[in-house]
Design a protein around this ligand. Structure first.
Ligand code: PDD
Length: 283
């Protein structure tokens, strides 16, 4: 497998990252995950814009990553990934002797990219059956809009889900269900689709954006307001959304069924609508 590292395409095993890299020392960097269908990268510009936004929020020395569009395409080609795949990019503040403040003068950023095949079979099965989820208290920092590699809170939450036999952990802050450990969350309550509004407490999910566009097309009523903990028993549907989850129904939360305990009509409709959009894109 060939990966991208600071301008070169190298066998993954030959890439050596310095222990002085601030990504290693401080998780001082951003990342993104892009989905490829038939060798074509879905919503690539949105992902690269989010990467640039994160890099400028962290005040990295480089913030324009439009050139990564070509890199992403090349990673798919050189690795023969003509079917389902993901492309991962990570940018860190680069290498310098350890010290919290930004190193001066700023070193070049470290840029790593890798493409890998994706098992779509498992996702399809989860979409058909639905997954279960747990709620966890949101102990992340207050800049969850930046896709930083500082994911330990997400890792701990996802591990808790795994240990409870659940597929996702949903963060609750001040009583509001905000997002999953690696997904956005939407719910159906009183016939309306509920989505937490964009804020510093959630990642501006690209699947979230695509699905909200589909809701407009399909005339599905949307309220950009989070679901609150006391509303959980009244939910008729719950779903997670993301680059690797697309739209996946959640059929039970904290061991209790959501609605009828089966993938709901709106979740299935949105899941299918997103798949249709992808099929058209896939060409
Ligand atoms: N995660 N919220 C969080 C915390 C996420 O980590 C992700 C994506 C999303 C969904 O965003 P998008 O639709 O743009 O993928 C929401 C990626 C896939 C990951 O960490 O692997």
């Amino acid at each position: 497998m060939l990966a991208y590292y600071n301008g070169e395409y190298l066998p993954l095993a030959d890439i050596r990252i310095s222990p002085d890299d601030r990504g290693f020392l401080f998780a001082d960097g951003v990342y993104d995950v892009i989905r490829a269908y038939n060798g074509r990268l879905f919503r690539l510009d949105d992902h690269l814009a989010r990467l640039s936004h994160g890099a400028s929020q962290l005040r990295l020395a480089q913030t324009d990553f439009s050139f990564l569009a070509k890199v992403a395409q090349r990673l798919l080609t050189v690795n023969g990934l003509t079917d389902a795949a993901t492309v991962y990019f990570q940018i860190t503040r680069g290498c310098a002797q350890r010290g919290h403040a930004f190193p001066q003068p700023p070193p070049p950023v470290t840029i790593y990219g890798a493409a890998r095949p994706l098992d779509e079979g498992r996702l399809r099965e989860q979409q058909q059956r639905g997954i279960t989820a747990i709620t966890v208290s949101d102990n992340r920092w207050a800049r969850c809009d930046i896709k930083t590699t500082a994911l330990i809170a997400n890792v701990m939450a996802n591990q808790e889900a795994a240990e409870n036999g659940a597929g996702e952990a949903i963060f609750i802050r001040d009583g509001a269900l905000l997002e999953g450990s690696h997904s956005s969350v939407m719910a159906v309550l009183d016939g309306e689709l509920r989505a937490a509004p964009l804020s510093n407490y959630i990642l501006p999910g690209i699947t979230r954006k695509a699905v909200l566009e589909l809701c407009r097309e399909l005339a599905i009523p949307v309220r950009e307001m989070p679901v609150f903990q006391n509303e959980i028993p009244k939910l008729t549907e719950l779903m997670v959304l993301g680059t690797t989850s697309e739209v996946t129904p959640v059929i039970a939360l904290d061991g209790k069924p959501v609605g009828a305990g089966l993938p709901g009509a709106i979740s299935r409709r949105l899941s299918r609508a997103l798949r249709d959009t992808i099929e058209r894109f896939r060409g």
